[in-house]
Design a binder for this molecule. Structure first.
Ligand code: DX5
Ligand code: ZN
Length: 215
């Protein structure tokens, strides 16, 4: 089954509670955390997750686009996040980061940015719940889908099948009905979409349409 998580990066920050209230049919809320160092942009942090926790029952996934994810895992878990995704090249010891997520009861996610080879994730797939393939270079919402990602999703899906590893495959960046379908066909099962959902006149319908895609 396809799971859809709206990214609030391009939602109206002055009315976040209302924005999230528009996508009650989503499977989770995706929160993009940027530190101005790993990526050249700043976004949201722990206080925002704490505030969102009070206004939604949906699972909250934090996408840690930061240089030192280990430092933030516990604070985000305490703020009410349900899952976290870190970028594989940001830590010296990915297994330690995964362990940290585990002790904090978080769904464990690992990401390959657009410029990162998908093979970099392979040694850690048996230990995570979710592998994210960035379909844009992390840092900004509203970018165009990078077609090279389709090949990376295929490689990842092939590897997971070969090794009989069950883990979700999430795509993030430039996802709409057309690119989302391409990713699902390549082997993804979780779609993150920002612009497609929150720039839509009817965000719930946009979520519904993405959820209804059939690979
Ligand atoms: C990009 C973020 C994405 C982004 C998605 O750095 O990780 O989650 O907000 O936004 P769209 O769907 O607009 O590309
Ligand atoms: Zn993201």
């Amino acid at each position: 089954m396809v799971k859809v998580g709206p990214s609030i990066l391009n939602a109206d920050f002055a009315h976040l509670a209302e924005e999230i209230g528009k996508v009650k049919n989503a499977d989770f809320i995706h929160v993009d955390v940027m530190d101005g160092h790993y990526v050249p942009n700043l976004s949201m942090g722990v206080p925002v997750v704490k505030a969102l926790r009070k206004v939604t029952d949906l699972p909250i996934e934090v996408h840690l686009m930061v240089s030192n994810p280990d430092r933030f895992i516990k604070p985000f878990a305490e703020a009410g996040a349900n899952g976290a995704i870190f970028h594989v090249e940001t830590v010296a010891n990915p297994l330690q980061t995964i362990k940290l997520m585990q002790v904090n009861d978080l769904v464990k996610g690992i990401s390959a940015n657009a410029r990162v080879d998908i093979e970099k994730l392979f040694p850690f797939l048996a230990d995570v719940d979710l592998a994210q393939v960035m379909t844009v270079e992390a840092g900004f919402g509203g970018q165009a889908f990078n077609v090279n990602a389709v090949y990376k999703i295929q490689q990842l899906a092939r590897y997971l099948k070969e090794k009989k590893i069950a883990c979700d495959v999430e795509v993030d960046g430039g996802i709409d009905l057309e690119t989302g379908l391409r990713c699902l066909k390549a082997g993804a099962n979780v779609l993150v979409a920002g612009t497609t959902v929150f720039a839509s006149a009817n965000p719930a319908e946009a979520v519904e349409q993405l959820k209804a895609l059939k690979p």
